[in-house]
Design a protein around this ligand. Structure first.
Ligand SMILES: [Zn+2]
Ligand SMILES: [Zn+2]
Length: 153
């Protein structure tokens, strides 16, 4: 397996259109065309490829939370392709548990605080309950916090 420095410099050579920077968490910043990574996670190789996949797929903004979940799924498909080029094995449990994190997040946001029914997203940060007509606001997705995941052992 390649060391962090080796893999990052290899990716930097293969994808000169992006900048790879060490940060506090894994993220893709479309405005800066920068991929932030950390090597403090045992799965850093595949998480790094996942962020690169977001970049290659040109993922930018989204208006509906459900689009974010779809983007996550697409990024994992792409990351799985990339992994073969770098002889990195992607553990399907990591993919499933990160996707679960997004599903849980979506579920939490779309649950009506008034009656617990599932609401529909009416605007970027707004939901409306179909059962009781209650409307509520949600925050911007906190990228770092969402990236933390637990593996089911
Ligand atoms: Zn992602
Ligand atoms: Zn309700």
């Amino acid at each position: 397996m390649l060391s962090t420095t080796l893999l990052v410099s290899q990716l930097q050579t293969n994808y000169p259109q992006f900048l790879f920077k060490k940060g506090d968490c894994f993220s893709w910043m479309p405005a800066e065309k920068t991929i932030y990574y950390t090597d403090k996670d045992e799965n850093w190789r595949i998480l790094l490829l996942h962020e690169l996949a977001h970049g290659l797929l040109d993922h930018t903004d989204y208006n509906h939370d459900i689009e974010l979940v779809a983007m996550e799924r697409k990024a994992w498909d792409k990351a799985s392709e990339l992994a073969q080029n770098y002889k990195i094995k992607i553990d399907n449990n990591v993919i499933q548990s990160t996707l679960d994190t997004y599903r849980d997040w979506l579920h939490e946001r779309s649950t009506c605080p008034n009656c617990n029914a599932t609401g529909v997203q009416t605007e970027q940060y707004r939901y409306k309950c179909i059962a009781c007509s209650h409307e509520w606001r949600v925050n911007e997705a906190r990228v770092c916090a969402l990236r933390r995941y637990k593996l089911n052992k």
